[in-house]
Design a binder for this molecule. Structure first.
Ligand code: MN
Length: 319
């Protein structure tokens, strides 16, 4: 089970750069470099040949197919032909997920709160086994942005009761501390997603093996893995797919979105109680006004809001 692609010297350099942090040291004799990612071993040779070996060799090779002058040759993999046909069109297909993916058993993950001044950055992962996919669809799981708060309150308990999940809720205090110490927000998201995946996988160990992980995409796949590698994070041994609008590709992402929103709403309620005022979701003028009010009352804004947002400066001017 392997895929071979042939690359030019500059293209080999790009591949090596993409695996920075995942490189095997020292590289095996005769090879240019070797990396391990997503359970796939990638070995490059001076001849330009790059070998992808492991369960998800095709998917991994696909990342670099654009650089390749030669169509990927894949053994024992009837779908290798698909890879080359989609890329030859010269335009990106809307979906790069395998056929029938929507019915797979998938750990989906999504985060909320990244664009909101007040409140946490909340990431959730939910595992939906094949046997429950249809049921969740029927219950009306969809992107939390399209659902009312009331619908979120109705749907979330179903997840809590019936499905393996994990939540990472980064409070403003924690978020600000990380952000001020140089951690970028996209890296925080990547680490949160990956952590929830690993936690859900740990819960499943010995019972069930997901077919895949699906991340509601917020950054390029290569950057996602770069952040994880830079922070020495353990990668799950399940193939991870990335796609925007993931909630329409698999109901597990929709479920994760609902759960994350549920926890965000709860946290917002708690913070509002502590603040003694209703804190708005979002980053508009109402957020500026409430922040100015908190400052004037001598409250610690860092406990409630993501300080690096422009709202902080605007609030200072309103005081
Ligand atoms: Mn999302």
């Amino acid at each position: 089970m392997q895929t071979v692609i042939l690359l030019t010297k500059p293209a080999l350099k790009s591949v090596e750069a993409a695996y920075k942090g995942a490189l095997v040291q020292p590289a095996p004799a005769n090879s240019l470099f070797q990396a391990k990612n997503n359970g796939v071993t990638i070995t490059a040779y001076a001849s330009g040949k790059v070998l992808f070996q492991g369960k998800y060799h095709e998917e991994e090779a696909k990342r670099f197919a654009k650089l390749s002058s030669v169509q990927p040759k894949s053994k024992k993999s009837p779908s290798a032909r698909q890879i080359t046909t989609t890329e030859n069109k010269g335009k990106k297909p809307r979906t790069k997920l395998p056929a029938d993916f929507a019915n797979w058993g998938v750990i989906g993950s999504d985060e909320v709160g990244a664009g909101a001044y007040f409140g946490p950055l909340t990431t959730a992962a939910v595992y939906v086994p094949r046997s429950k996919v249809a049921e969740l669809r029927k219950l009306g799981f969809a992107d939390s942005k399209t659902l009312t708060d009331q619908k979120i309150q109705e749907l979330a308990p179903y997840i809590l009761k019936n499905l393996p999940y994990h939540i990472v809720n980064l409070t403003p205090d924690f978020y600000n501390q990380k952000q001020q110490s140089g951690q970028n927000v996209v890296a925080m998201k990547a680490l949160s997603h990956n952590f929830t995946h690993n936690q859900v996988l740990a819960k499943l160990e010995g019972h069930d093996q997901p077919d895949a992980i699906l991340v509601d995409q917020f950054v390029q796949e290569s950057s996602y893995f770069r952040y994880l590698n830079q922070n020495q994070q353990q990668l799950p041994n399940v193939k991870t797919y990335f796609i925007t609008k993931g909630e329409s590709e698999h109901v597990a992402v929709a479920a994760a979105s609902v759960l994350a929103r549920y926890v965000e709403l709860q946290t917002m309620n708690e913070l509002s109680k502590e603040a003694g005022m209703t804190l708005p979701i979002g980053a508009g003028k109402e957020a500026d006004r409430k922040a100015a009010l908190l400052m004037n009352q001598g409250k610690n804004l860092s406990h409630f809001a993501k300080l690096h947002f422009a709202n902080t400066k605007k609030a200072e001017q309103l005081r």
